[in-house]
Design a binder for this molecule. Structure first.
Ligand code: DAH
Length: 339
């Protein structure tokens, strides 16, 4: 009686096929679970006459083995054919996926762009690998200017010069030679200088150049635009100060300081106890530069400014070592939660 049942079940199990994981689980329950048919046979085994116990027990254990192996191999076949390991516990909570943060320099760059775009500036970009004309020549750098020296600039080739741009002012040249005024552009980008790397200098960093060319653009316009920027960026109480300076491509030229936003102008280590920190260079575009780029200085005038993004980022976040910006250390980057 038992023997017949066992061999029937054995046959059934050997021929068992299932179409999916659910059917497989049903088969497992049907044969092997606590209430399964094989478990029931073990129950029934208790009443088998002692004389038969040995043989029947053997057959029964064999049946159980066959069933377990069959279920296991069916499960494996799913893994192969469907590419999914059905041994996965789908009820487990998922591993948390870490969300990246935006780089502080990118955050500040975006903020600056946002501020200037509100007053009509649009983005212009240029290449990092440049020629002498766009970086120096058109911008009135005299032939013997130190920036043209290998000590200051990375040259890729000499004569004709191919070099890594040392400032985003090169994009000014490109925009002015290809567009007609009115021009109102903001040029963000990476620049390179042949500097020894230390906590306060790096051989590459980021700048944003601003350029505004139209009829009747004056120094007062420049000052108002920069004041607007300073207040938007550092808060409404921020003051600016323009100091006379020199750049080959602007006349007059100035450097702009803002009241130190760390000590509120009282004097601290960051502003070297002056209450002011320098943040950018600016000026009225030199008529010769306009002419070099095919714009008539009798009709048009304009202003330009250039700022270092890392510098502004430092003011905002007080990063003491410039090298942190390019080391990709997650312990540093994770502190700047993106907004
Ligand atoms: N190109 C200058 C630099 O890298 C920054 C600068 C100064 C840009 C004055 C300007 C400007 O457009 O008018 O130091």
């Amino acid at each position: 009686m038992m023997k017949a049942k066992i061999s029937l079940l054995k046959e059934k199990i050997e021929q068992l096929t299932v179409a999916n994981a659910e059917e497989l689980e049903q088969a497992r329950i049907k044969y092997l679970s606590k209430k399964g048919e094989i478990t029931a046979l073990f129950e029934e085994f208790k009443s088998v006459p002692n004389a038969d116990k040995r043989l029947v027990g053997q057959l029964l254990n064999e049946l159980k083995d066959i069933a377990q192996t069959k279920i296991h191999s069916l499960r494996k076949s799913f893994t192969v054919t469907r590419g999914v390991d059905t041994d996965f516990d789908l009820t487990r909570t998922a591993e948390p996926i870490p969300v990246g943060t935006r780089h502080p320099v990118s955050q500040v760059q975006n903020e600056i762009i946002e501020i200037f775009s509100r007053i009509g500036f649009v983005i212009a970009e240029g290449p990092e690998i440049e020629d002498d004309w766009n970086v120096f020549g058109a911008l009135n750098f005299p032939p013997e200017h130190p920036a043209r020296d290998m000590q200051d600039t990375f040259f890729i080739e000499k004569n004709p010069d191919v070099l890594l741009r040392t400032h985003t002012s090169s994009v000014q040249t490109r925009v002015m030679t290809t567009q007609k005024p009115p021009i109102r552009v903001l040029c963000p980008g990476r620049v390179y200088r042949n500097e020894a790397i230390s906590y306060r200098a790096h051989c590459f960093f980021h700048q944003i150049e601003g350029l505004y060319i139209d009829r009747n653009v004056s120094f007062a316009d420049l000052k108002q635009v920069l004041l607007y920027f300073a207040k938007e960026m550092f808060g409404g109480e921020t003051q600016i100060r323009l100091r006379p300076s020199y750049f080959p491509f602007t006349e007059p030229s100035a450097e702009m300081d803002i009241s130190c936003n760390l000590c509120g102008g009282q004097g601290c280590q960051f502003c070297k106890h002056t209450g002011w920190v320098e943040i950018l260079g600016c000026g009225m575009v030199d008529p010769d530069v306009l002419r070099n780029c095919g714009i008539d200085p009798e009709i048009y005038s304009g202003f330009a400014f250039g700022l270092g993004i890392e510098r502004i980022t430092n003011l905002k976040f007080q990063v003491k070592d410039l090298r942190m910006f390019s080391e990709n250390d997650l312990r540093f980057l994770e502190q700047f939660v993106s907004v």
